[in-house]
Design a binder for this molecule. Sequence first.
Ligand code: SF4
Length: 177
Amino acid sequence: MKTVKAPIGVEGPGFFATSFDEVIGIARANSLWPLPFATSCCGIEFMATMGSHYDFGRFGAERLSFSPRQADVLMVMGTIAKKMAPVVRQVYEQMAEPRWVMAVGACASSGGIFDTYSVLQGIDEIVPVDIYVPGCPPRPEQIIDGFMQIQEMAKNESLRRRETEEYKKLLAKYEIV
Ligand code: SF4
């Protein structure tokens, strides 16, 4: 069985010392609670991802959160109509830091085949996106791969992500305070 690797630290008989950043990173990465914002077919692939065959629970992510305040990863799956855009944005704004966003599938990433007046041409028009998962629809393996990349980010990001200049600039670009 694969277990989570110990962080870099100093070891001796009866003790192990590491930095707070490392411990929090491991804890966060292995207990990310997703908020599935599924509007169409890609959501069905996510249901398969949650099933026993793919077992999303292996990543500590089996607890889906439909409450933004108790969620870490916003997973947008499906076509987002322009009318729905303010709702996605509000959900994102209600999430507490640290938060991450996955655009799952072509529609969430770029509008997909729906290059029309009524469809948002990618959720990055309204919220910052961390990971894009390609495909129409993506297979569960791809969704898992995208999620594992979010885990890597969570593990390696500083505790103070929200206080970095780069992150502040990114949010300012979206006029998110
Ligand atoms: S990317 Fe394809 S499968 Fe996913 S919601 Fe859009 S049309 Fe459906």
